[in-house]
Ligand binder design. Structure first.
Ligand code: FAD
Length: 332
């Protein structure tokens, strides 16, 4: 365990942060021991993956744990393929490796930064696919007593960028392993955006994953070059009446009817229409190509970022009457 550990390089926004204590356990037993110690000493606990969906404060009190459980394996029998992936496995590396082996199911989720352990937290999704569609179960430890448990996917209350881990279990568990069910049967999902135009009529899983990478690289800023946490706001879900009212005034507004009757609107379009693409204030700005992404030019703090984001959301609310909800999570 290290004290006063610098986390500036452990978050893709590149915010300055020092953790009071930091540990990177490499086994479930070591993680259990840390949970027990944190409980006994009453240290507030923060779980860190690769920091690509987190807003870190300058000082993070208590203990930060970054599980380095980086083993994965395939279990295959009678046409059933299960992937067991430790929480510390890099998500994108796993997606590419599985696509290379001809396994279908998560190829559309290529190039999403972060660890496997964090993937269920907001039910990662992209290009018309969400993690919950292939997830079988989540192995976890209860923070309170280190107890191991396995949560089947149906108990995870998955929704759009949402799960039980952001609600009832928020701060109460550490995910140690995912189990996903993939398929050897070709199942390309190409109906989202312009993905179909980037591949042949009968692509392999690897070709789909590579096409997704190409499109994403052209659209999104690379956090290694410009600090960001991907989409800063969720696409808002509004009632059918509210959507119809907006569509009368703005017929070009991208909108997606949902099974529950609500309508999902494109937050990036709303921000763009407020004239905010490329808008900069101090150390933060709205990305010049993708209005949904807020970027950090260096030298700023979490408090400044939150004030900047509030100002963006405020302008959208004033013009369209739609509230934007933040996607990255606040630590500490
Ligand atoms: C350029 C860019 C593009 C992105 N594109 C997408 C996208 O297309 N779709 C999408 O859904 N997301 C996207 N994201 C967001 C991000 O990649 C995902 O949310 C990812 O799952 C976060 O993983 P992480 O390991 O970095 O988690 P972190 O940021 O470290 O943590 C995120 C949350 O998960 C918790 N957590 C982490 N590990 C564990 C664990 N083992 N057990 C319990 N809790 C844990 C943390 O406490 C925190 O609350 C993007 C981010 C960036 C920077």
């Amino acid at each position: 365990m290290q004290s006063h550990h610098d986390l500036s390089r452990f978050n893709t926004l590149g915010l300055p942060c020092v953790a009071e204590r930091f540990a990177a356990p490499t086994s479930v037993e070591a993680l259990q021991e840390l949970l027990w110690m944190a409980g006994k000493q009453e240290w507030p606990l923060t779980v860190l993956g690769e920091g690509s969906n987190l807003i870190l404060p300058e000082w993070l009190k208590g203990l930060v744990v970054r599980p380095i459980l980086d083993e994965w394996r395939l279990e295959e029998s009678k046409g059933r393929v299960l992937v067991h992936a430790g929480a510390g496995v890099n998500w994108h590396t796993l997606v590419m490796e599985l696509a290379r082996r001809g396994l279908w199911g998560i190829e559309n989720l290529a190039l999403i930064p972060g660890s496997c352990g964090a993937a269920p937290i907001q039910n990662i999704g992209a290009y018309g696919v969400e993690l919950c569609e292939t997830l079988e179960a989540v192995h976890l430890l209860h923070v309170e007593d280190g107890r191991e448990a396995v949560l089947p996917s149906r108990a995870c209350a998955f929704g759009y960028r949402d799960s039980v881990f952001k609600r009832e279990l928020d701060g109460r568990v550490v995910i140690t392993r995912l189990v996903m069910r993939l398929s050897r049967i070709s199942r390309p999902r190409l109906d989202y955006g312009d993905l179909a135009t980037h591949v042949d009529a009968h692509p392999t899983a690897l070709q789909v994953a590579e096409a997704v990478c190409t499109i994403r690289r052209a659209k999104l800023p690379d956090p290694a070059l410009l600090g960001n946490a991907g989409s800063f706001f969720k696409n808002p879900l509004v009632s059918l009446e509210a959507a119809e009212r907006l569509l009368r005034d703005y017929p070009q507004l991208p909108h997606f009817p949902q099974p529950d009757g609500r309508v999902k609107l494109a937050a990036g379009w709303l921000i763009d229409r407020c004239g905010l693409k490329g808008w900069r204030q101090g150390h933060f700005g709205v990305h010049e190509r993708q209005a949904l992404v807020l970027v950090h030019f260096g030298g700023g703090s979490a408090a400044e970022l939150l004030a900047f984001a509030e100002s963006v959301a405020g302008q959208v609310a004033e013009r369209f009457g739609v509230d934007l909800e933040r996607e990255p999570r606040l630590a500490g």
